[in-house]
Design a binder for this molecule. Structure first.
Ligand code: PRX
Length: 670
């Protein structure tokens, strides 16, 4: 065992009690002890209708619901008969309640002046947000967008991105936000699948001092769709952010001109509880990314409730909540916009990367805006560790109360560093486990209640009947590995895969317990320790988690084989110091192509163009043939161990290897 892995085991066994509120500078913990949590949890599982009904009372409804839950597995209907609007509860309710002048969104753009101060900063009050959202909602309506029309949003992290999401929610048009790092092809795939009539974009966005040409990518996507014979888009609304030179075409509309002429009077559309709020595409183990469907009332309640308790959000206490994710991912949907705004604590949005212009940027933001809750990914924490302690040490981080992580397992060293160097050795860490499909947190510590162990996401969230089971739904024994399952419906659960009912059933609901009840299968391996804490052991399917972003290995394989030089490709995850999991590709070149550095480079660029830069393989190895079982299946387990360096073949990655030799050795244990 290396010194580091010994340390890791030691850290995993440490238990940290929640601190007293005064130790972190808050006046109270909303859930203040393990007993308090247990009491609420028991109620949430045994009397879900009462538990959720009481939470729902705190929200605005145009019409009260008839029933809290109708469960006809795998279909859940929460708050049937009720009518509400998510935008109303995020924005208008605060104005109606007399808090219109309080900050709703605090924003910092990426560019800085010569002294390192941000050039662009904005604070939007709830009233200002209401005005902007209402105007944009009217602009959308003027272009024929109404209830049920899916709007694609492909923007950088500017307040207008949140405004666009909320404007869609206001008029009942589901949105499909696409992460700004995705390529034209990825946009085309998603827009086509959703038959989206409208795209909202920016001329560009700032990323590490460079402009990402978002509008050019949209133009290219439209061209790709035209070439393929199905192009549903009628309007492209473009917000000017970077003075990037863009071409104006027949479909293009200018955000600024449209907004200047729009009325700010646009009442919220009453929506049925189960109307679709948004679609969000995520990778699965087969085929193209799937559109995960989330609906109105349940998603709203679950994200607001989890935001409140996981992060201890309390209005009027000078809290500032900062989640560093991009709104292109579920984390940004739930914990930048929809879960935070109803809690009346300002949500901070930042446009750029963590190391521009220096590796102190994030800590300067915490210092400048007196951030109280900070929520980021383990990948970022590992990068901060590498960049050196002098960066956090150069800033005042004493405003921080709660630290969160999300997206991938956190290694105990990173957890300890986060607590010591960012959290002053006192801030509780909430390691939140959840998924695009779950909509909000499903397993997480509560900062004032749950004893934490570095590397464990600890206990189920209120309302979540989580368990580790075998394939038949039998609960695993203590410390025995199994599958992560959820046995009862919860409000923010996905309601389907857009346009693909069978995929929804097959992917998530094929586990049926002995008593005939289908369980939600998350696709992760897990175990529960002697304290009942959950430890996530990674995906059980062909999905890999790269820097906290989900990618299907098949997606990357399809991109590779689409290149003329590739006959066959297999992609697996490999350990990566910063990203957690890196991408390893094994490629058989076509006759006449040589597996050299140049080809490796062009394949990496090709994948970036087909999917996005996050999908670029970290390692490509060329092989004369892929190792296969006698029945012709690629031996992925063998490839994973080769990629991890466990099985030595040859040092030179540019030489054509013959992995079938190793396959013969490994044949018997696949
Ligand atoms: O494997 C789990 C991992 O991320 C997957 C979900 O990815 P995505 O839908 O993109 O959502 C990411 C943000 C919620 C899960 O199936 N994952 C997420 N959070 C954790 C995690 N693995 C371990 N610990 C976590 N806290």
């Amino acid at each position: 065992m290396t010194d580091q892995s010994i340390q890791s085991v030691l850290n995993e066994n440490r238990v940290f009690a929640p601190p007293a509120p005064s130790e972190v500078g808050t006046d109270r913990w909303l859930i203040s002890s393990l007993d308090h949590y247990n009491e609420l949890y028991t109620k949430s599982i045994e009397q879900p209708e009462q538990f959720w009904g009481e939470i729902a009372e705190e929200f605005h409804w145009f019409k009260k619901w008839d029933s809290v839950l109708e469960w006809n597995a795998p279909d859940a209907k929460w708050f049937s008969g009720g009518q509400t609007n998510v935008c109303y509860n995020c924005v208008d309710k605060q104005v109606e309640d007399g808090f219109g002048d309080q900050p709703a969104i605090v924003w910092e753009g990426e560019p800085v002046d010569d002294s390192g101060n941000p050039v662009d900063q904005r604070r939007l009050t709830y009233k200002e947000l209401q005005t902007e959202v209402s105007k944009l909602a009217n602009v959308l309506k003027s272009h024929g967008i109404g209830k049920g029309d899916i709007v694609t949003i492909y923007m950088g992290m500017v307040p207008e991105l949140a405004i666009a999401m909320l404007a869609c929610a206001r008029i009942g048009a589901p949105h499909s936000v696409i992460f700004g790092g995705f390529s034209a092809q990825a946009i085309a795939d998603r827009v086509t699948d959703a038959s989206s009539k409208m795209i909202i974009t920016c001329d560009g966005s700032w990323r590490r001092g460079k402009v990402v040409p978002l509008k050019d990518n949209v133009d290219e996507a439209i061209k790709l769709m035209e070439d393929s014979g199905s192009q549903p888009v009628e309007h492209v609304l473009c917000f000017g952010r970077c003075h990037n030179d863009i071409k104006w075409g027949a479909l293009d509309r200018c955000w600024h001109e449209s907004m200047d002429n729009a009325s700010d009077d646009c009442p919220c559309e009453p929506m049925e509880s189960e109307d679709m709020l948004f679609l969000l595409y995520t990778s699965g183990s087969t085929g193209k990314p799937k559109g995960i469907v989330h609906t109105t009332a349940g998603y709203m309640l679950h994200t607001a409730m989890t935001s409140k308790y996981t992060f201890n959000l309390i209005p009027d206490q000078n809290q500032v909540f900062w989640c560093t994710a991009d709104c292109g991912w579920i984390t940004g949907h739930s914990y930048i916009v929809y879960g935070i705004l109803p809690n009346r604590v300002p949500t901070l949005m930042f446009e750029g990367g963590p190391d521009y212009p220096t590796a102190s940027r994030f800590w300067q933001i915490v210092d400048r805006h007196q951030v109280t809750q900070f929520y980021t990914a383990p990948t970022a924490i590992r990068a901060f560790m590498k960049w050196g302690d002098e960066h956090p040490e150069s800033c005042d981080l004493s405003s921080l109360q709660v630290l969160g992580t999300v997206g991938e397992p956190i290694n105990p060293e990173a957890w300890m560093w986060y607590r010591d160097k960012i959290g002053r050795g006192v801030c509780p860490i909430v390691d939140t486990y959840w998924q695009t499909e779950t909509g909000g947190h499903v397993i997480t510590p509560l900062p004032g209640a749950t004893p934490t162990k570095p590397g464990s996401c600890t206990l189920p969230m209120l309302g979540i009947d989580a368990a580790v089971t075998d394939e038949l739904g039998n609960e695993a024994k203590e410390n025995e590995g199994g599958l992560m399952a959820i046995r009862k419906p919860w409000p923010s659960m996905l309601r389907g895969v857009y346009g693909d009912r069978q995929r929804f059933i097959d992917t998530y609901w094929s586990t049926v317990s002995k008593d005939g009840k289908p369980y939600y299968a998350a696709g992760d391996g897990a175990r529960r320790d002697e304290m009942g804490n959950f430890w996530i052991m990674g995906r059980t399917d062909d999905v890999i988690n790269v820097s906290g972003h989900r990618l299907g290995t098949m997606e990357v394989e399809s991109a590779l084989v689409a290149h003329e030089s590739v006959v066959e490709a297999a992609v697996v995850g490999m350990p990566h110091e910063i990203k957690g999991t890196g991408i390893a590709a094994f490629v058989t070149p076509a006759p006449g192509f040589e597996g050299n550095d140049e080809l490796m480079q062009s394949l990496r660029e090709h994948v970036a163009k087909d999917i996005g830069a996050i999908a670029k393989p970290d390692m490509i190895r060329f092989t004369a043939a892929l190792p296969k079982t006698r029945s012709g299946k690629i031996m992925r387990r063998l490839l994973r161990s080769i990629a991890a360096g466990d099985t030595e073949i040859t040092q030179d990655i540019t030489t054509l290897e013959d992995l079938s030799v190793v396959a013969n050795l490994a044949q018997k244990d696949e």
